[in-house]
Ligand binder design. Structure first.
Ligand SMILES: Cc1cc2nc3c(=O)[nH]c(=O)nc-3n(C[C@H](O)[C@H](O)[C@H](O)COP(=O)(O)OP(=O)(O)OC[C@H]3O[C@@H](n4cnc5c(N)ncnc54)[C@H](O)[C@@H]3O)c2cc1C
Length: 589
């Protein structure tokens, strides 16, 4: 059976030493978020999450969510664990104090989400979806809607959903057909069917708030005619008490490859009562607020499961005995040694560690930029951080979740045949991780967002500013870290060259940029992780002890064995789209 222990030391390293999260204490609302508080929060969260939620990972997978007469029952233990998690205030950790949150930085909440996902990815989706609903209401709700709903989302006694997808509207939300008819009292009646709705119906909370995309009569075709509505499972009376049940039914839930403990629902809105959130026909823009938060969260799901796979693979490799080191003569002893002596097993373990720990730094630093973009007193700092979040959101979502599948796949391999067997839990990690590459916009769509929108936003300034930061970091590095600064400088120069090519190719042949978007995002992700390993090395080299020595060893491995992947990707990108687009469809059989 696979186990998970929240990597608190590594989380502290990233938050307190690499990204210096306590610099946020200069912002008045975060003045309590000192490194001591950060460490205390991580330890407390780890205790609860490891002890009560992690233990339900395997049983939740076996049992799954079940549907009976329109009611979903979550796996045994989820209800109690969710209640304890909400009661301890973890859902509201970064939510506003005026809405019953604790007002701590999002960067710190990000670490808690990382551990929750590693402990039990399926469980993490229940509080996770509420986060997006909270952010959407905060950005676009009326004061009355905020007062009515937001405290409940932050306390966790109500949960949220995102109701976008329909049978004919997946990546292309312009095809949404659900209708919303205005009523005299200012409400709307929503009619239509949504599919794949995570946490659309369940038994963990008293109420569920559905944020629904729908069209009003006469709205323009395509994405410009979509509005966002809030439709509660139970109507809310003026005094805040729960009223009658809304006409939203769950006729079925999906059987899935992974995250069995999370229910994925069909939801029928049968003239359900809803209320407009934000402006009419601005639903997609409004939903993007929610989706950006959700995309970072999905990146963390990939990260959490990668961490889980890595921990178990390392433990297993130190216990499982097979074969001898190549350097030991057979005749000296016939005893086999632990598999960690084998170069190929070490390659797998170090790849898992280097990618997982590197992605943790990237994710937490992006989260710190979310805090800066929302709360810093200086408008220029807010704007610069917002630009960094815009650039990094698709990278965090797609690169980290791709790392999630690579690392969980390696985790299965480290166990050999035993990794393919259910009882060891490594195949569950792989099954759970695949969906993270799909929902919240597939990784293909994320790559198009990076290449199609983010590279050219603000006149192309986003990548330029980021590359300048990376270069500055490289140039302020002492020569003892040349082992990583040198390769990173070359990789950055290659990425800059390729970026210019991609931007130019967008002017000439749109298919070129689209055909190479996924490769480009991979290259971008690798260089970004390299940048964070350089920052980690600077901390490690200045400190003593095995933890820091381990960081140096992993940084060296990343710089030598993983960063050079960029030289395989660059020519693939610059080869453009001819061989992709030339074959007629009947040749692809
Ligand atoms: C377990 C699970 C939970 C989910 N939870 C939710 C939820 O809570 N709320 C919600 O609204 N939805 C949810 N979804 C839906 C999910 O977001 C969609 O499945 C996803 O966005 C992809 O849409 P699709 O499945 O229709 O695939 P399609 O859009 O049909 O895509 C199929 C393939 O074509 C590619 N593709 C499509 N369009 C383009 C394009 N323009 N350019 C390049 N490639 C393209 C895609 O990348 C993909 O590889 C969930 C799905 C699952 C399986």
């Amino acid at each position: 059976m696979a186990t998970y222990k929240a990597p608190v030391r590594d989380m502290e390293f990233v938050l307190n030493e690499v990204i210096n999260v306590d610099s946020l204490t200069k912002i008045e609302k975060f003045e309590d978020a000192t490194s001591d508080i950060v460490s205390g929060v991580l330890e407390e969260a780890a205790k609860q999450i490891d002890g009560t939620i992690g233990v339900l990972n395997e049983s939740g997978d076996d049992e799954g969510a079940r549907l009976n007469d329109g009611e979903v029952t979550t796996p045994t233990g989820f209800k109690e664990a969710y209640a304890a998690y909400a009661e301890s205030g973890w859902i509201g950790l970064d939510k506003d104090i005026e809405f019953d949150g604790q007002g701590l930085p999002y960067a710190l909440a990000t670490a808690v989400t990382d551990m929750l996902s590693g402990a039990n990815a399926a469980f993490s989706l229940y509080p996770g979806l509420s986060n997006g609903a909270y952010e959407a209401l905060k950005a676009h709700g009326t004061q009355e809607q905020k007062d009515m709903y937001m405290s409940h989302l932050s306390l966790g006694d109500w949960s949220g959903t995102m109701c976008l997808t329909e049978p004919g509207a997946g990546s292309d939300l312009g095809q949404v057909r659900t209708k919303a008819a205005p009523q005299d009292d200012g409400s709307y009646l929503i009619e239509g069917s949504k599919i794949f709705i995570t946490a659309g119906e369940h038994d963990l909370t008293d109420n569920i708030l559905h944020l629904v995309l729908a069209r009003t009569p006469g709205a323009p075709e395509g994405i410009r005619g979509i509005s966002m509505f809030i439709a509660p499972k139970f109507m809310v009376n003026d005094d805040g008490s729960l009223g009658e049940r809304n006409s939203i039914v769950c006729p079925s839930i999906e059987e899935k490859m992974g995250i069995h403990g999370s229910c994925t629902c069909v939801l029928n809105f049968n003239n359900a009562k809803g209320y407009l959130v934000g402006e009419l026909n601005k639903g997609i823009q409004n939903m993007f607020v929610m989706m950006n938060a959700a995309r970072l969260m999905v990146g963390l799901q990939g990260l959490g499961v990668a961490e889980r796979a890595t921990q178990n693979a390392i433990t297993y490799a130190k216990e499982r005995k097979q074969g001898r080191p190549l350097t030991r003569k057979a005749e000296s002893s016939f005893d086999s040694d632990t598999i960690i002596v084998h170069p190929d097993v070490r390659r797998m373990l170090l790849t898992m560690k280097a990618l997982t720990e590197g992605c943790r730094m990237m994710a937490y630093d992006t989260a710190k930029h979310v805090d800066l973009s929302e709360s810093h007193v200086d408008a220029d700092v807010r704007a610069a951080s917002k630009a960094r979040v815009d650039l990094m959101t698709p990278v965090c979502k797609a690169y980290i979740t791709d790392v999630g599948t690579e690392v969980t796949g390696l985790g299965v391999l480290v166990y050999g045949g035993h990794g393919y067997i259910k009882e060891n839990g490594m195949e569950q990690n792989l099954r759970d991780s695949k969906i993270f590459c799909i929902y919240e916009g597939t990784n293909g769509i994320q790559s198009l967002d990076l290449v199609g929108r983010k590279l050219s936003m603000n006149g192309g300034q986003l990548p330029k500013d980021f590359f300048a930061d990376v270069l500055e970091e490289i140039e302020s590095t002492a020569s003892e870290l040349d082992f990583i600064a040198g390769p990173l400088k070359s990789a950055l120069s290659e990425l800059s060259k390729v970026t210019d090519w991609v931007i130019e190719s967008k002017q000439n042949n749109l298919n070129d940029a689209a055909a190479v978007a996924v490769d480009y995002l991979q290259m971008f992700g690798l260089v970004t992780v390299g940048y964070y390993w350089l920052r980690a090395s600077k901390v490690a080299v200045a400190n003593e002890g095995r933890f820091y020595q381990g960081k140096m060893a992993t940084a060296k491995f990343f710089a030598t064995k993983l960063l050079p992947r960029v030289y395989g990707i660059a020519p693939v990108i610059m080869a453009g789209s001819d061989c992709v687009m030339d074959p007629e469809e009947d040749l692809i059989v």
